[in-house]
Design a protein around this ligand. Structure first.
Ligand code: IMP
Length: 435
C-alpha cells in the first residue's frame, strides 16, 4: 500500500495548534514541507529540554526528516540562517532543501511592511511586519528576487539596479527616511546566497520523484484559512494561499497526490491582528480563555483576540479545503467555563444567514447567533494526560457533547482531539495513514 501524503491546514485565523499535529505526524513521513507564508508563522518545539522557536524551517527537522521549503514560501535569509545555526549548535542535523524558485524577503520589504499597512487605516491587517506582504507583492508584480538570484551575483546586481531606486522613492512617499544602499544589500545577499547554496534544489522534481517512488510527505500549512489572500477576510489577512490548494501551487506537487486534508480546528476562536471577528469576547470570559489557552503570539508576543467557536466560519473553510478529518485542539483551555457558546449563524439587520460573506464592511455588522452548550470542570495537567491515555470515553461527557456537536455542524469526523500541548495529550480517533 502506498504511503499517504497529508496536508495540515488551519481552519480559522491561524494558531490552531498545527505545529503540534505536524510534530505528532512527522514521525510517519519522509518529508515535511512548507508551501506558503514565511517567518510570519511561528511555533515552538521542545527537544531534550531545549526550546526551539521555528518561523521558517518545517518542524520535522527535529525528527531528522528531510524538510523542504517550497516555491510558495517567502524567505528571509537572515532568519533562516539563524534557525539553521541554532539547530546545528544543538546537535540537530539539518536536512533541508529549498526551492530555487522561492522568493526572498529583502530589507526594503521589511521597511515597507508596517507603513504600507498603517496607511490602509481601517483596512489594515495589523501585519507581523516581517515583509511578507511586500515580498508577495513583488512576486506577483514579477519584480521579486528569488533564491536562484542570490547565488548569481550578476543577476542580483541587475535586478537590484532597477528595483532599489523605485523602492527608495516609495519609502519616501511613506515618509521613511532610511537610505537603501544598493551595494551593501548586494554584498549582504550574495553572502547569504553562498551560505544557502548548499540547500538549494529543484524541489518540485525532488518531491514528485520521491513520492512516485513510494516515499511520503506532510505538507505543513502556516497561518489559517481565514487569513488566505483568496478565501479569507480580505484585506485583513496575509498574502499567501493558506488553504490546502496552496500545497500544490506552493510545491509543484499535484493535488491528486495529496491523500488526506486534515483541518486543525481550535475549540474556540483566536485572532492576531485587525478585522472583524464576529464571536469576539471582550469580557472576563475572553480574558479567562486567553489565559488558559496562553493566547499570546509566538512571532510577535501580541495578546490574541479570542471568542466563542464560530461554526459558520469553520464550515465555510471546511468546504473550501475539503477537509477529510478535523483535529479539535485546545479543548482543555475551555475548562471551568460554563456555559459555552457555539455560533451557528449570523444576523445582519433582519436577515439570518449561515453563510460566510467575504466582505469586511458586511461582516463587521454581523451579530452571532449562539447555541448554548454545557462546559466541563477543570482538571490538572496530570489528569488531562491520564484522560488522553485512556481515550475518548474518559473525556468529560460535556466535552464529548461539545466535540460531537462541532462534528455534526461541520459535517466532518474528528480524527484527533488535543487536550494539552504535549504529544501525550492527544487522542487519536482514526489513523490518518490508514484507509
Ligand atoms: P502578515 O502575514 O505579516 O502580512 O500579516 C497579515 C495578517 O495575518 C495579520 O493580521 C497577522 O496578524 C496575521 N498573521 C500572519 N501570520 C500569522 C500566524 O502565523 N498566525 C496568526 N496570524 C497571523
Amino acid at each position: 500500500m502506498a504511503k499517504k501524503n497529508i496536508v495540515i491546514i488551519g481552519s480559522q485565523w491561524g494558531d490552531e495548534g498545527k505545529g503540534k499535529l505536524t510534530d505528532y505526524l512527522a514521525d510517519k513521513v519522509d518529508f515535511v514541507v512548507r508551501f506558503q507564508g514565511g517567518n510570519n508563522a511561528g511555533h515552538t518545539i521542545v527537544v531534550n529540554g531545549k526550546r526551539f522557536a521555528f518561523h521558517l524551517i518545517p518542524s520535522g527537522v527535529v525528527r531528522g526528516k528531510t524538510v523542504v521549503i517550497g516555491n510558495g514560501v517567502v524567505i528571509d535569509p537572515r532568519v533562516l540562517l539563524h534557525e539553521i545555526k541554532s539547530l546545528e549548535e544543538a546537535g540537530i542535523k539539518v536536512n533541508l532543501k529549498i526551492s530555487t524558485k522561492a522568493h526572498v524577503i529583502m530589507p526594503y520589504h521589511v521597511l515597507l511592511d508596517g507603513v504600507e499597512d498603517a496607511a490602509k487605516g481601517k483596512y489594515a491587517a495589523g501585519t507581523t511586519k516581517r515583509g511578507i506582504g511586500p515580498a508577495y507583492s513583488d512576486k506577483h508584480m514579477r519584480a521579486g528576487i528569488r533564491m536562484m538570484d542570490i547565488v548569481q551575483p550578476d543577476v542580483l546586481r541587475e535586478k537590484l539596479g532597477y528595483i532599489v531606486p523605485i523602492k527608495q522613492k516609495i519609502l519616501e512617499i511613506y515618509g521613511v527616511t532610511d537610505r537603501l544602499d544598493e551595494n551593501a544589500i548586494h554584498e549582504e545577499y550574495v553572502a547569504f546566497g553562498s551560505q544557502l547554496r548548499q540547500y538549494l534544489a529543484d524541489t518540485e522534481y525532488l518531491l514528485n520523484e520521491a513520492l512516485d517512488s513510494g516515499k511520503n510527505a506532510l505538507f505543513e500549512g502556516a497561518q489559517g484559512s481565514m487569513l488566505c489572500v483568496d478565501h479569507g477576510l480580505y484585506p485583513h489577512g496575509t498574502s499567501s494561499n493558506c488553504v490546502a490548494q496552496g500545497a500544490s501551487t506552493g510545491t509543484g506537487v499535484p493535488m491528486k497526490k495529496m491523500d488526506y486534508v486534515l483541518g486543525i480546528v481550535k475549540a474556540y476562536t483566536s485572532r492576531v491582528g485587525a478585522g472583524p471577528v464576529p464571536t469576539e469576547l471582550l469580557d472576563a470570559t475572553g480574558d479567562q480563555i486567553r489565559e488558559q489557552g496562553h493566547e499570546y503570539g509566538t512571532t510577535t508576543g501580541r495578546p490574541r483576540r479570542v471568542g466563542w467557536f464560530d461554526a459558520v466560519t469553520v464550515k465555510y473553510t471546511s468546504m473550501i479545503n475539503g477537509f477529510d478529518g478535523i483535529c479539535i485542539t485546545l479543548l482543555d483551555a475551555l475548562e471551568g467555563i460554563d456555559p459555552l457558546m457555539i455560533c451557528t449563524a449570523y444576523e445582519h439587520g433582519n436577515e439570518r444567514m449561515t453563510r460566510w460573506i467575504a466582505d469586511t464592511n458586511f461582516m463587521k455588522d454581523c451579530k452571532p447567533v449562539y447555541e448554548q452548550m454545557r462546559g466541563w470542570p477543570k482538571r490538572t495537567r496530570e489528569e488531562w494526560r491520564t484522560t488522553a491515555s485512556k481515550g475518548y470515553g474518559t473525556l468529560p461527557p460535556e466535552m464529548r457533547a461539545y466535540v460531537e456537536r462541532i462534528q455534526s455542524i461541520i459535517g466532518v469526523p474528528a480524527t484527533f482531539l488535543s487536550v494539552g500541548p504535549g504529544r501525550d495529550e492527544t487522542i487519536v480517533l482514526k489513523d490518518v495513514f490508514k484507509d
